[in-house]
Write a protein that binds this ligand. Structure first.
Ligand SMILES: Nc1ncnc2c1ncn2[C@@H]1O[C@H](COP(=O)(O)OP(=O)(O)OP(=O)(O)O)[C@@H](O)[C@H]1O
Ligand SMILES: [Mg+2]
Length: 299
């Protein structure tokens, strides 16, 4: 039995929007990444997993329990960090986490101190939420999800907007938590987070499951085909985009350096590059992961 089993799940909202369409995959142990553009259905799937929403069709099992028929059992085993967690600015870190623990039926101050320690927030336990930095606030958010050591942790875009140092710290909290057979599901736009943390990932695209499997197998799809082309200017880039998929482009010196997919060996002069997960993701998403915007390091 896998920790999370998603079986033919669809979700249609009342206004008719189909946010998920016939999604099936399993997640078991370790950190699992959920990637997809805005509106792909990541939050909807996470809400269904955490029993906040009922699927319109299909079933989800968490630790063997049905999210609709056995919601209480599921909620006892799952911790959730929502994309937008309402926090009370006038509460202290301790009081907030203690309050959230109470909602889960956990009345144990030591359990609250233990999770604050896990996310390195113990020194700030008495600080008011309203006076925390964004990274500290996010760590407090994960602390409330970790109270009671749930078997499954679901975190919706936990690293969005964090500075690089906080992101590294956050990643280590998640990977530490995933040890000892626990499961962490993390949604993100940041492919680097998935690469660093997750052995396996799923990619949602407009409500459909586009990929589920290892990051290595996804990278395999572009391996040996990624090349670097140097161009004089933006006109060259526009022309190149008509010829092949441009994965990314950045100003470099006086010109532009573009990473391209060379599927038919049509660019023999181009320099071969080691494929990254980001390359594979952008390519799979139709070369539109970042709207093909040009990355200009000087701006
Ligand atoms: N309460 C709702 N009522 C109607 N439609 C909704 C509702 N919530 C989300 N949607 C729609 O469902 C689709 C999936 O939304 P969802 O929030 O799950 O995407 P997401 O992948 O989490 O996006 P993001 O990366 O922006 O967080 C979108 O088209 C969205 O507009
Ligand atoms: Mg979302």
């Amino acid at each position: 039995m896998a920790a999370i089993e998603i079986h033919h799940v669809s979700k249609r909202y009342q206004n008719g929007t189909v946010a998920l369409e016939d999604i099936s995959f399993c997640i078991d142990g370790g950190v699992f990444g959920l990637l997809g553009h805005n509106g792909a259905g990541k939050t909807t799937l996470m809400k269904a997993l955490t029993t906040i929403l009922a699927p319109s069709a299909g079933t989800i099992r968490v630790c063997g329990f049905d999210t609709v028929k056995q919601g209480k059992e599921v909620r006892r085993r799952i911790g959730y960090l929502p994309q937008e967690l309402a926090m009370y600015p006038s509460l202290t870190v301790f009081d907030f986490v203690n309050y959230m623990a109470g909602l889960k039926g956990i009345h144990d101050k030591n359990a609250v101190y233990a999770v604050l320690e896990q996310v390195e927030m113990l020194p700030f336990a008495d600080r008011k939420i309203g006076r925390l930095s964004g990274g500290m606030r996010r760590r407090t958010g994960i602390a409330q999800a970790l109270v009671g050591s749930p078997q499954v942790l679901v975190a919706d875009e936990p690293t969005a907007g964090l500075d690089p140092e906080e992101r590294v710290r956050f990643r280590s909290v998640l990977s530490r938590y995933a040890r000892e057979g626990r499961t962490v599901l993390l949604s993100t736009h940041i492919v680097e987070d998935v690469y660093q943390l997750c052995g396996e990932l799923a990619v949602l695209r407009e409500g459909r499951l586009f990929y589920a499997g290892t990051s290595a197998a996804l990278m395999e799809r572009v391996a040996g085909k990624v090349k670097i082309v140097r161009l004089d200017g933006e006109d060259g880039l526009v022309a190149l985009q008509k010829q092949t998929a441009v994965l990314s482009a950045a100003y470099e010196g006086h010109g532009i350096s573009a990473r391209i997919m060379d599927e038919n060996m049509a660019f023999p002069q181009a320099e071969p590059a080691a494929a990254t997960l980001e390359d594979a993701y952008v390519y799979c998403m139709g070369g539109k992961a970042y709207g093909q915007r040009l990355i200009n390091p000087s701006v």
